[in-house]
Ligand binder design. Sequence first.
Ligand code: GLU
Length: 293
Amino acid sequence: MSDARPAFRFAPSPNGLLHLGHARSALLNDAMARATGGRLLLRIEDIDVTRCRPEFEAAIHEDLAWLGLDWERPVRRQSEHMDSYRAALARLDALGLVYPSFESRAEIRRAVEARPGWPVDPDGAPLFLFPRDAMSDAERTRRMAAGEPYALRLDMARAADRAGPLDWQEVSEAGDSVTHAADPRAWGDVVIARKEVPTSYHLAVVVDDARQGITHVVRGADLQAATSVHRLLQRLLDLPAPLYTHHTLLLDEEGRKLSKSIGSQSLRDLRAKGVTPDEVRQLAGVPSAAHDG
Ligand code: GLU
């Protein structure tokens, strides 16, 4: 049964407590869903087995409910859908667009240090610098058979050639829409499946947005550049393109985006200090005018 209403999703990773930046994303998804008569879905992005924890997942549910949000059940948890990611990988592999990569982080770091000025991707990480044709298929097969761990990478040049020109519709918080050209080549040969799981953020997000029937992706501006990779994967996998809104980020006093790694105050801390959900809305820049209950 298909549902013609717009579908929005908030997709946190349970690797820490939610902070005000998450509240902003969740509240904007909720406000836009309400404004368009749409649905609000929650997705738990828990492919990182080493960092995700059940207590953080429970805290996500509790904190969002405390904020006054409600979302559809069942909630999609990525860790329960490895088969869908495997199927998507098999399609990319059948197109000849994926190859195993055995390099460790340390090896990559040393290689980059030896090449000053090596170009970086839109997130500032060095482009992958061990090209596919630097290793023979026979050597790869031998190393795989020997049980060496490997990630799978997308052969970006071939993938982008196959897909042709790509763009997406970017809808502002005010509702105006503009066409954005996608530039997936800027990312180089991205990891499409990590060493320990049959997916990566990029692959899981496009498979899930399609499986969940998401029509509007509303997320932070820090993920805008990654949309180029998402559009590429959608084209290669014949998945529909949602509309995208990349909202402005909240910054701390030093101008840094809020994050778990810099110890940004969690919603829990704020709540313990007596801050109310309405005050969190103010702090998150999504005041309750958009909220009818
Ligand atoms: N799980 C991602 C995060 O917590 C968000 C992914 C997305 O919205 O596409 O940053």
